[in-house]
Design a protein around this ligand. Structure first.
Ligand SMILES: [Zn+2]
Length: 417
């Protein structure tokens, strides 16, 4: 069987035929070059309006990179015509295997983008002997296509989350769709300011905003303000994941303060290397860690008391009725406010101030899951922090849409990856 036979089976190019195929060599590495030519009597089509027109002239042959075969880079070779178009003037002809001025064939773009969902961009570039820049451009094209073709109907539940960018406390705001059948990243905006979320609602539009039933977010003031203003008709829920994050941060602060104080008094370093132990839920503590936790609980330390207060708060989520949950919340807050543990008191005051929104969790029961928000948050952090080698905001934005956006892809006769 010839390579041409395989190509005609998998990648027919309407209006064009595959010509000669030969080896090429560059810097001691073999590659394949596949010629393409137009079918006889075919009039070239204008890349501006897709209509056929009289030929104007022919440009020098160019290479378009295709999916590699058996470790060989593969290039299509074609000399494009220019068209004398009635509407657009002199334009380069349209070709079915690549778009615009791109050096990569559309098939190769989707191939690289597909791998970039499974591996870091650097790893994809290394695996297919291409550049980071090519991978970036491939993913950017895939994302652009996906965003233009995604279906935005039926959005009833959204979650607002924030993500810290590496240095200097810079943030991005991420908005997720949290409907049971469709969970994905919808929108990304710079910062976490009032105008950031206002920009989201402007993008969503009045009609789609009107169909929202649930909005869940953290207690961050600008978010609360914008949600109240723009989606006041929806049930605003303070989600469980973010509240537990606040409690964990408080425990961590208490532990760090206390560890320093104990050290200053020359006492045994009971609290060193206990950070993760105190942040863990008891069910997740391993057998090996258990004696250490039991040991720790013997001391009447503020960090330990904070830990126990958090564990007590977990019962809150088990309530069904908002009324009873409210009573529990009030009791818990009173207890914490008497505890004299300042970081915990701060959280209790915050929870008390947002009591109605907190109890909305029970009004939305069963609709929103803390695990989904947490899952997205973790995946977003992994995407931005692992070695994807982003230098720009744009690259990060594209990577997030690519991994979390559940974006559609065009139907292709054959999947190369
Ligand atoms: Zn035209």
């Amino acid at each position: 069987m010839q390579v041409k036979t395989i190509l005609n089976r998998l990648q027919k190019q309407p209006g064009f035929v595959y010509g000669a195929i030969r080896f090429g060599e560059e810097a001691g590495r073999l590659h394949l070059e596949i010629e393409l030519r137009p079918r006889a009597h075919r009039r070239p089509r204008c890349s501006g309006c897709q209509r056929p027109g009289p030929g104007y002239d022919t440009l020098a042959p160019r290479r378009f990179e295709f999916v590699p075969l058996w470790g060989l880079a593969v290039f299509f070779l074609y000399a494009r015509h220019r068209v004398q178009c009635h509407t657009c003037g002199v334009r380069v002809e349209a070709i079915p295997w690549a778009e615009g001025k791109h050096q990569l064939t559309t098939t190769y773009v989707w191939f690289l983008a597909g791998w970039a969902r499974r591996l870091s961009w650097t790893a994809v570039a290394a695996a297919f002997d291409t550049t980071w820049d090519h991978v970036f451009r491939a993913v950017a094209m895939a994302v652009q296509w996906g965003l233009a073709h995604r279906d935005l109907t039926g959005i009833t539940a959204i979650g607002v989350d924030e993500l810290a960018r590496r240095r200097g406390h810079r943030y991005v705001t991420l908005v997720y769709q949290l409907d049971p059948g469709c969970r994905r990243l919808l929108w990304i905006g710079r910062d976490r300011k009032t105008r950031t979320l206002l920009a989201f609602f402007r993008w969503l539009g009045r009609e789609r905003t009107a169909t929202l039933r649930f909005v869940c977010s953290d207690m961050w003031k600008p978010y609360l303000r914008v949600v109240a203003k723009k989606a006041g008709h929806a049930i605003h829920v303070l989600d469980r994941f973010h509240i537990m994050v606040h409690l964990n941060k408080a425990i961590d602060e208490v532990r760090a303060q206390e560890a320093r104080a104990l050290k200053a008094q020359g006492l045994a370093p009971i609290l060193t290397r206990t950070r993760w132990l105190l942040l863990k839920r008891p069910a997740n503590v391993t057998d090996a860690e258990l004696p250490r936790l039991v040991d720790l609980l013997h001391y009447n330390l503020r960090a330990v008391r904070s830990y126990l207060l958090r564990e007590e708060f977990q019962y809150f989520w088990a309530y069904v009725s908002p009324t009873w949950a409210g009573r529990f919340l009030d009791r818990w807050c009173t207890k914490v406010l008497r505890s004299r543990i300042e970081p915990m008191q701060k959280v209790a005051r915050m929870l008390r101030a947002h009591r109605p929104l907190l109890l909305n969790w029970f009004r939305a029961k069963g609709t929103l899951s803390a695990a989904v928000v947490e899952g997205f948050n973790n995946k977003a952090r992994v995407t931005t922090r692992t070695a994807y080698g982003f230098r720009t905001y744009r690259a990060m934005e594209i990577a997030l849409y690519h991994t979390l956006g559940a974006l559609p892809e065009p139907e292709a006769p054959h999947r190369f990856c």
